[in-house]
Design a protein around this ligand. Structure first.
Ligand code: TNX
Length: 679
């Protein structure tokens, strides 16, 4: 019976959602939605009233919503700011909450939104739920010849997972307060609720410490958050129902600690701040009291800046080299019956845990913290794969998933979208599934600075946010991309520059000449995926902290639209049995690509920075010529010689090779077409 009910519920959700998402642009898709068939038009008299006063945050939130609506519609509403205890006459939207929300794990974020032709009602248990509902309302805005409107409907919504995070690495490249804030706004728009700041690593220490000032003064290299700035970020996030969790990565990735305070080191080697990426040796010494005294004081200080009950200690990728090379550490291990480096890390974690518990914090760390005797209230943050997550859950730990959500690896939104925090085929029981708290998209910043970062986070993170919020059954990739496109341009209203940064880069790259030929090329190339860019060199050197991130590769967008559409077009052409309508479209596109190269070369003459990408431009021409020839063969129903086909495939293979950290994304469809000629 229970099962039948569940199946029916899933059916209902899917039905209502399919109905809804065909016409609406909601992201994430709500839990349930009933659409009526009329419109609620917006007018200048539109006013919001909050009927309950549980803290001021909702008032400022609703005021921002009003302004955003105003900016989109140009209606110039009469209502100014919303102020507590000031009655609003003839309010069109009334909001009612039962209590103030806490920015805390498991806080209630549910809401009910009812839109009729003459009024809108938003009810929520907490003000945070109301904030989530207000974002939904804004996403519902439509327009027709009569003006701006909301569709009439009823939504009941709540998240599937309580932990929906974004991690930003501010250590490899520092990111300023305004960058963090605009991304917090993006998170709120997508109903995400945890900002995780990776605050230190081998390349720098990015937060002021009054107790150990050399940390920021030496290892911050003038790029760090002051304590006032951190308080400001935490306050800004809280006002949007978002928790902020700090990460201090120990004992590995420890260079920034050791440069400032060499006494913490596991070796005698002199160290300098790391300028390259990857896993490095410097590791804190787990056998000396001084290490724990230091971390005790530091974590106490930092714990007061970040009020969240969770505190991330990193714990990843300690290669153990320094421990194995240190006689004193080896003796300590022997004396204390610690058999290997893993056990030594467990010993270290246990001491850290005592410190955190003493400061009323719960510990969260990357996979590697999962060792025997890890207390059950710790959270395991899984980056190595679903198996590790399942293992942690089976051992009774709460977990969050990041493996599969590494947005620095430039995989398409569809890839991230289909990864579920609850691993498929894991056979976890209903009870065990409750231990999966959710996940975090991770923005490691080896290849992003303040200009590029938004384009690496958005819009793909919106698809991940939907995975964390919406019912698991919502899986239609085409519909996700349709809604993602709308979400993407809407995100610009927060000052996010994920779209407009490109034009600025093009101007610099062309030396302010015509940017169109460069755009034509950039539209079809992408940065190398996974760790392949890490493996390339620039000017015969490994990438370093100061290597410029202003090259063509940095102006490319992840998951570009034109290649996706071109691939679809080729499929349609093939499945329509080579319809002339599609043929014409393909031909137009190929002709445009084919003749782009001379134009780009002319521009490169006055902008040598473009030279490195010219071989890619040539590949685009070669590929297009092969494509055009293939269309001719198909049209005339003539078969090419066996040599032609062999050479064409060989050239296409060559077109797939990387140039200047980029790859051409439209070769595979042409290959498919060539294969069709003789089939
Ligand atoms: C692995 S995930 C790391 C980071 C890198 C990242 C790049 C983890 C705990 N460590 O140090 O920045 O890969 O993708």
């Amino acid at each position: 019976m229970k099962k039948l009910f569940k199946t029916l519920a899933v059916f209902f959700i899917t039905l209502t959602t399919i109905f809804a998402t065909e016409t609406l642009n909601l992201m994430p898709v709500p839990k349930s939605l009933e659409l009526n068939n009329s419109k609620c038009y917006l007018h200048r008299e539109f006013k919001i009233e909050i009927k309950s006063h549980h803290g001021d945050d909702l008032y400022t939130y609703a005021t921002r919503i009003l302004r955003r609506l105003d900016e989109r519609t140009g209606l110039c509403f009469h209502q100014d700011i919303l102020v507590p205890n000031e009655p609003v006459e003839n309010a069109f939207l009334t909001i009612e909450t039962q209590r103030q929300g806490q920015v805390k794990l498991y806080e209630n974020e549910s809401y009910e939104l009812v839109i009729s032709e003459s009024e809108i009602k938003l009810n929520a248990v907490t003000d945070i739920g109301a904030m989530r509902g207000l974002e939904t309302l804004l996403q519902l805005l439509g327009a027709d010849e009569n003006g701006y409107f909301f569709p009439t409907l009823k939504i009941n919504d709540e998240p599937r997972f309580p932990w929906r995070g974004l991690m930003i690495d501010v250590a490899r490249h520092f990111h300023d307060v305004h960058v963090i804030k605009r991304n917090i706004d993006g998170m709120a728009a997508l109903k995400m609720n945890v900002l995780h700041l990776h605050l230190c690593d081998d390349q720098g220490f990015r937060i002021e410490s009054k107790v150990f000032p050399k940390l920021h003064l030496i290892s911050g290299e003038e790029q760090y958050f002051s304590q006032e700035q951190i308080k400001d970020i935490v306050r800004y996030a809280k006002a949007r129902g978002i928790r902020v969790i700090p990460e201090f990565d120990v004992p590995g990735h420890g260079t920034s600690f050791i440069v400032a305070y060499p006494e913490l080191s596991s070796s005698n080697k002199p160290v300098t701040l790391e300028r390259t990426w990857g896993v490095h040796d410097p590791t804190l010494n787990p056998t000396e009291d001084i290490t724990y005294k230091f971390l005790d004081q530091l974590f106490e200080e930092m714990g007061t800046l970040f009020p969240d009950e969770y505190f991330h200690i990193g714990g990843d990728e300690n290669n153990g080299k320094e421990w194995s090379a240190n006689e004193k550490i080896k003796k300590f291990m022997k004396d204390n019956h610690i058999p290997d480096n893993h056990a030594l890390q467990t010993y270290f974690n246990k001491q850290i845990l005592k410190i955190l518990t003493h400061h009323q914090k719960k510990m969260i760390g990357w996979d590697e913290i999962l060792q025997p005797e890890l207390p059950r209230e710790s959270v395991v943050h899984s980056w190595r794969g679903p198996n590790f997550l399942v293992q942690a859950v089976r051992n009774g730990y709460q977990t969050i998933l990041s493996n599969g959500y590494y947005i620095d690896l430039i995989q398409p939104a569809s890839y991230h979208y289909m990864i579920d925090p609850v691993p498929q085929d894991s056979n976890l029981t209903e009870e065990e599934i409750k231990f999966v708290l959710g996940g975090e998209a991770t923005m490691w910043s080896e290849f992003v600075d303040d200009d590029v970062i938004d384009s690496r986070i958005w819009p793909r993170t919106a698809a991940i946010a939907e995975r964390f919020w919406s019912p698991a059954e919502i899986q239609d990739i085409d519909d996700m991309y349709r809604r993602l496109e709308v979400t993407c341009f809407r995100l610009e209203e927060h000052g996010l520059n994920h779209i407009r940064y490109q034009e600025m880069f093009f101007r610099r790259l062309t030396n302010n000449q015509d940017t169109r030929p460069l755009k034509t090329l950039v539209d079809v190339i992408e940065m190398l995926k996974i760790y392949n860019r890490h493996r390339t060199f620039f000017k015969n050197e490994k990438y370093q902290s100061h290597t410029p991130l202003t090259r063509v590769v940095d102006a490319t967008l992840p998951d570009p639209k034109i290649p996706r559409e071109f691939s679809k077009l080729i499929d349609q052409y093939i499945s329509s049995d080579f319809s002339p309508e599609y043929e014409q479209k393909i031909r137009n596109q190929l002709n445009l690509w084919k003749k782009n190269d001379p134009d780009l070369r002319a521009i490169a003459k006055k902008s040598p920075m473009l030279n490195e990408i010219l071989p890619m431009s040539e590949k685009l021409t070669t590929m297009s010529e092969i494509g055009i020839k293939t269309l001719e063969y198909i049209k005339s129903q003539k078969k090419p010689s066996i040599f032609w086909k062999r050479n064409a495939l060989k050239s296409l293979e060559n077109c797939k090779e990387q140039v200047a950290g980029t790859e051409l994304m439209v070769v595979a469809p042409i290959e498919k077409l060539v294969m069709k000629i003789t089939d």
